[in-house]
Ligand binder design. Structure first.
Ligand code: SF4
Length: 283
């Protein structure tokens, strides 16, 4: 039996990871269906483990059966690398998703989970980390500990660098910067001044969007949120526009739902986002 307690901060981690059992309900999450069977129970236990504030409860004996190697969880095999969801969300990043890309030329973590020794052991077994990309100032969580453990470089835009002043690599200005073969960082100021997206691949690419964009399944739309824009929304919309010509097959945000796009659907979705946002934005 799983239940949600009063500590829930409504971050979305549980229902984004395990929508079979968890869902939003008003100002916090709810358990809309109890898991049935071993596989479903393990999925719910991993959602419990990922929760940043220990707001999901179950009995101790069931909890002790949580898989030790559940995270990182493989979500996509792309020609440029395997992509995993890291789980272990951090309250300091309001439960934002952290992603791991494993590739022969060196693994990359995009945004950072809370520190977890079991997760670190799994990442070490997958080849460690060559780089950490911090998409913006909000989602840096325990970057110090992760960078120290793996002796890897951290990338952040200079405009958000005060959130990670020890970062080894700064992006300046608005030009896209390749940081490894097939992986580039695209400055997308708006949500914060130093927001950036990471783009893996060219054709049928994967876009790690931080809090710049996410998918809203109820409206079947890509969202650029004015409500959660901390810097400048007009700039955020310009940053959306610069992504129109990409061929994105998979959107992986920090918050909100991920989404896969059919060929050609990305541009159409972003045009809808821009039209809707410009109609409703009050300058
Ligand atoms: S992961 Fe935890 S804090 Fe986040 S919505 Fe679910 S129960 Fe609430």
């Amino acid at each position: 039996m799983f239940r949600i307690n009063h500590r829930c901060i409504n971050c979305g981690t549980c229902w984004q990871f395990d929508s079979d059992h968890f869902a939003p309900e008003g100002e916090r999450a709810c358990v809309h269906a109890q898991p049935d069977g071993q596989e479903a129970t393990e999925q719910a236990l991993l959602a419990l483990q990922a929760c940043p504030v220990a707001a999901i409860e179950t009995n101790r004996s069931l909890r002790s059966t949580t898989p030790v190697d559940g995270f990182p969880a493989l979500i996509k095999e792309h020609p440029q690398g395997k992509i995993y969801y890291c789980g272990w969300a951090s309250r300091r990043s309001f439960g934002a998703c952290s992603w791991l890309i494993t590739r022969p030329s060196g693994n990359v973590m995009v945004d950072v989970p809370r520190w977890s020794a079991p997760l670190a052991r799994r990442i070490k077994a997958l080849g460690g980390l060559r780089s950490i990309v911090l998409t913006h100032r909000d989602d840096v969580a325990d970057h110090e500990r992760w960078a120290r453990t793996f002796c890897c470089d951290r990338w952040i835009h200079a405009a958000d660098a005060d959130a990670a002043p020890q970062a080894e690599q700064l992006i300046n200005g608005g030009d896209a910067v390749p940081i490894a073969d097939g992986l580039q960082l695209i400055p997308t100021p708006g949500h914060t001044q130093g927001s950036l997206c990471a783009l893996l691949g060219g054709e049928r690419a994967v876009l790690f969007s931080g809090d710049h964009l996410w998918w809203n399944p109820e409206h079947a739309a890509v969202v650029a949120s004015e409500r959660y824009c901390w810097w400048d929304f007009a700039s955020q919309l310009q940053s959306v526009e610069r992504l129109l010509d990409l061929d994105v097959a998979l959107l992986l945000p920090g918050h909100g739902r991920r989404h896969a796009f059919a060929p050609g659907a990305w541009r159409t979705a972003l045009e809808q986002t821009l039209n809707w946002s410009r109609r409703h934005h009050e300058p």
